[in-house]
Design a protein around this ligand. Structure first.
Ligand SMILES: *[C@@H]1O[C@H](CO)[C@@H](O)[C@H](O)[C@H]1NC(C)=O
Ligand SMILES: *[C@@H]1O[C@H](CO)[C@@H](O)[C@H](O)[C@H]1NC(C)=O
Length: 224
């Protein structure tokens, strides 16, 4: 989601040459809400820009797997904002994520084999009992790992909620923004979206983002 910021097509022709109290880049949950809060004060001028398609392939960034502890990195490769950054996702670089995922797969299998659910199911098709044979545990760790990590057809799927590319963390740990959402080394650039979450959450992102944005709008309005 940081990419929205990097890909800002700030075409001077659409800006009226005036000055603004706030410039908001990006019109997702966070951008719209923060714009709405900041423009409640009629004395403030807010420029709201939406980064539209263009050569950026947003779905490519959005289509990521979700793991809990794995940390990757995003590297800006060029001053040209339309050049894609290099994104290294590092899924499953922490063993616990795979162990947890396998337990989830086993539980899903168990639920569909239960008396209540089995009559509603036509049987498991993916991965199926050929790829991951059942055993007393619902499939061996080796077979599940082989399927999750290496199956050429279909394996671990994305839930399309990438986060954390501009994490609110200490800089030495790879953080990008401070506790007031300011980008380190800047005086007035803030990132307000799912990229500031330092940690994956176990829920849909939206309600959490609304919470972050309300807080951010308060910081910005009070000048902290
Ligand atoms: C990004 O992650 C990869 C894989 O762990 C690592 O080899 C690389 O050095 C990292 N790059 C940066 C800029 O941290
Ligand atoms: C999801 O993770 C697997 C295993 O690391 C990887 O092979 C696959 O390409 C990833 N899918 C996406 C959409 O990034």
């Amino acid at each position: 989601m940081m990419a929205l910021l990097l890909a800002l097509p700030l075409d001077a022709s659409v800006v009226d040459g005036g000055t603004y109290d706030y410039v908001v880049v990006g019109g997702g949950t966070a951008g719209l809400t923060v714009t709405s809060r900041l423009s409640e004060d009629p004395s403030k001028r807010v420029l709201f820009t939406v980064a539209l398609g263009g050569p950026m392939d947003w779905s490519w960034l959005a289509d990521q797997n979700k793991t809990i502890h794995g940390r990757g990195n995003v590297t800006i490769l060029s001053a040209d904002s339309f050049e894609k950054p290099r994104v290294i996702v590092n899924y499953f670089n922490v063993d616990f994520d795979l162990a947890l995922h396998i337990e989830g797969c086993r539980l899903a299998r168990k639920i569909f084999q239960s008396a209540a659910m089995s009559s509603l199911s036509a049987g498991e098709t993916v991965p199926g009992f050929q790829k991951v044979p059942d055993n007393s545990e619902g499939g061996s760790e080796e077979d599940w790992a082989q399927w999750v990590l290496h199956d050429p057809q279909f394996s671990f799927g994305s839930v399309a909620h990438p986060i954390g590319t501009a994490a609110m963390m200490r800089r030495s740990l790879g953080g990008v923004v401070d506790a007031r959402l300011k980008v380190y080394d800047t005086t007035n650039v803030r990132v307000v979206d799912a990229s500031i979450l330092p940690w994956q959450i176990s829920a849909h992102l939206s309600s959490t983002i609304y919470g972050i944005v309300e807080k951010a709008a308060d910081f910005i309005k009070s000048g902290v």
